[in-house]
Every structure is written in structure tokens, then in C-alpha cells.
Design a protein. Structure first.
Length: 116
């Protein structure tokens, strides 16, 4: 998988709880389509085309995530710790809150792998 696709999977993983909540209000067809995208991501296959086909999301410009808050707002982050995708399928990196739990993959619910 190339770096661009890994970034798409990382954004998808980060926004997955919100995406699941949105799709939960839709019909069963959309539930199945989201499940197919999740399976592809877990298996390390590209998801850009599926996001576009099923939900009309252009992965290059369609980051619909709500994770773009104001700088300095919210809880702090531990600068010494860095965690990454437990399976190496995406480029997501997470810094946990100080003394907080190890971040988890939104796709597999696996603990993320410590990078440093």
C-alpha cells in the first residue's frame, strides 16, 4: 500500500466512531458497505475507491473528520510516547494523554504499537 493510501486509512480510522454513528442512522445497504470498507482496511487493502463508490467521499479532499479543533484546546498529549497502527496498514500515529491508556485501533480494537 502506498503512503497516500496509508494516510487515507489513518484518517478513516481516526474518524471511524463518528462515521459508524452516522451510518447507523442509514439503511442496511450502507451498513454492509461500511463493513466491506472496514474489512478491506483490516486486511491492508486500499479503501479509497470504496469510500468514493459507496459514500461519494473523495479521499484526497473529503476528510469529514471533526478532529480539527482549536490549537491548544483540550487535554495535553504525552510528547515522549508515540503509538502507531498495530498492523502497519495505515500511517496513523497517536500520542496518548499523560498517564492515559494506550490508544486503540478503531478498526480492530487492538492496542496500538508503541513506536517510541
Amino acid at each position: 500500500m502506498d503512503d497516500t493510501e496509508r494516510q487515507v486509512v489513518a484518517r478513516f480510522c481516526l474518524g471511524l466512531p463518528d462515521f459508524r454513528a452516522e451510518v447507523a442512522r442509514l439503511d442496511e445497504t450502507k451498513h454492509g458497505q461500511l463493513a466491506r470498507i472496514e474489512r478491506a482496511a483490516v486486511e491492508g487493502r486500499p479503501i479509497s475507491g470504496l469510500l468514493d463508490r459507496y459514500f461519494g467521499i473523495d479521499p484526497a479532499t473529503g476528510n469529514r473528520s471533526l478532529h480539527g479543533g482549536l490549537p491548544g484546546a483540550g487535554t495535553g498529549r504525552a510528547h515522549e510516547e508515540l503509538f502507531g497502527c498495530p498492523h502497519g496498514h495505515c500511517s496513523r500515529e497517536e500520542r496518548p494523554v499523560p498517564a492515559g491508556p494506550v490508544p486503540r485501533c478503531q478498526l480492530t480494537d487492538s492496542a496500538m504499537k508503541r513506536l517510541r
